[in-house]
Every structure is written in C-alpha cells, then in structure tokens.
Design a protein around this ligand. Sequence first.
Ligand code: BDR
Ligand code: CA
Length: 317
Amino acid sequence: MHKVIFDTDPGIDDAMALLFLHRHPAIDLIGITTVFGNASVETTTRNALFLKQRWGIDAPVAKGLDKTFNPDRPHVGWPTFIHGDDGLGNIDVPETVDLPIDPRPAHRFIIDTVRAHPGQVTLIAVGRMTNLALALREDPDFAALVREVVIMGGAFDVNGNITPAAEANIHGDPEAADVVMTAPWPVTVVGLDVTTKTVMTKAMIADIAEQGGEAGKLLADISQFYVAFYEQHVPDGMVVHDSCACAYVVAPELFTVRSGSIRVVCGGIADGQTIQRPDNKLFPPSPWDDLPSQKACIDIDAVRTLKLISDTLVLNG
Ligand code: BDR
Ligand code: CA
C-alpha cells in the first residue's frame, strides 16, 4: 500500500489524477495539498474541496501559500483557456464548498504528515513545486523521511509546452523546482517526454462517464473543456499529464527511466528548463556535480498506462 500526499492545482487533468488515487486499491490517500498554477490557490483549493465532497474522499485538504518560492517573480496570468475560468472546465462549481480545511499551510501539513509516518509517505506533486520547496526550506531533515517523490513536470528530450524550453509546472516556479530536484530524496520526474504520448481518446472518456458512476460522469463533464483545448495539439482526446505521475507510483514498470542529477534553469530565455546530466556520461566539472541522482522518465508504454488509468477510474463505479 502506498501512503500518498497529493500536491495539486485542480485543474482538469489534476481532477482525473485525484479520482485515480481515490479509486486505486494500492493507494492510501492521506492528504491533498493545494498550490496555485492552473488557477489561483483560492480557486484550486475550492476545487479540491468540491471534488472531495462530490467523490466522498476522506483525506484532509491543506491550502498552499499564494506566492512563488522567490516572491519577487512576476505573476503570469492563469491558463483559463486550458482549464476554464473556474479551473474545472467551466462546469457549475459552487462559489464556496462547506467543508473544513486543515488549519496548517500545505507545506507544514506535508512535513507533519511525513514525520508521523517516517519512511512511508510518497509525495505526488502535479502543480508548481512551491509547497515541496517550502517544506524543504522549513525542515531540511524531513527529506530523508520521505519514501519517494514523483513529479509531473519538466521536459528533457522534447520541447516544453509553455515555452520551447519549459513545461508549465516547472516554469511557474523554477527556483522551487531546482530545490526539489537537488534535495537528498529520491525524485522521479514524469514530464512531457512521456505524458504527451499518453492521450486519452474521446471514446475512452465516454466509457468512463458510462461505467464510472456519478464520479465518472462528473469527470467526463469537467474534461470536455480540456478536450476542446487539445484539439489544436492531438487528433482525438486529451493528454493525461497528472494521471501519468500517479500511474508511475503503482506501475513503474510501464516507464523507462534515465538516472542522473537534474537542474532547473532559473532566468533567461530558457527559464524553467529541466536538464539532466545522465550518470553514464562524462563531463568537465559543472553545476550538476555532487548532487543526488534522480530519475527522468524518457519513455512509456502509453497503451498499458491508459488502460490502467481507465480501468482504475471506473472501479466501484
Ligand atoms: C501540467 O500543467 C498543468 O496545466 C497540468 O495540470 C499539468 O500538471 C502540464 O504541463
Ligand atoms: Ca496539474
């Protein structure tokens, strides 16, 4: 069983990943922490509470702060054209959701929960890396107590999606991502190299609506806006970025990984680019030296991953 804290910015593909974690029998979802990205942290937190309520999820929700790790970074607008004005595809999300929220800021919740279960907690982060970096700054020793960190973000041997160099989650807080990649804990990065190969078709989404009960129907409704956005990028359906990171936790054999230290470019035209120094290549001294070797996913069995995701989303439907 994997005890998981899900750090997320829901977000349409985040919503799918949340339902995957809720329904997968090998996952024990013990916390949901929110971060800004697809929308403001007010909106992503409201959305997390909304999905928790609609899907009957027990895990507590803790809200993140509303600033990047380096607070001087200028704010770039929210991607409403991808996730809708409400972050959930412009369905009818209520303004407020009447559910309690954990009193701690997200990064403190993460530290406390990891310390309560040393060596057992997997952190899955599918938004900006802000909360994880704040937790490392506040309590550097807690890193050694985390079982595994799995991130959706980055682009290694392919272009980014927000600039030719950078993927959105990393570009939104590059300093935080560099802290997370270089910390002494085991990180696996599930980036665009593999997520863009993992496209859920409209027919698959329709099947989830049909077989996944009320939860599947809501997920399919939320996803329509994202599918419309992806029409410019893929022939049919949507890229399921965040669910790929969750699939990795339960089925790492579906992924090909490359080991090596990872740095994030902070500033300049390649702001937010992720660059790995593969362990089997020799270079002169560089800023990649003497850092933990992390895993970058460079290939995926997309057909089996999509089947795992679809099968899980309809469990108990
Ligand atoms: C990532 O950015 C967000 O829009 C998605 O939710 C995903 O986590 C993809 O680049
Ligand atoms: Ca996300």
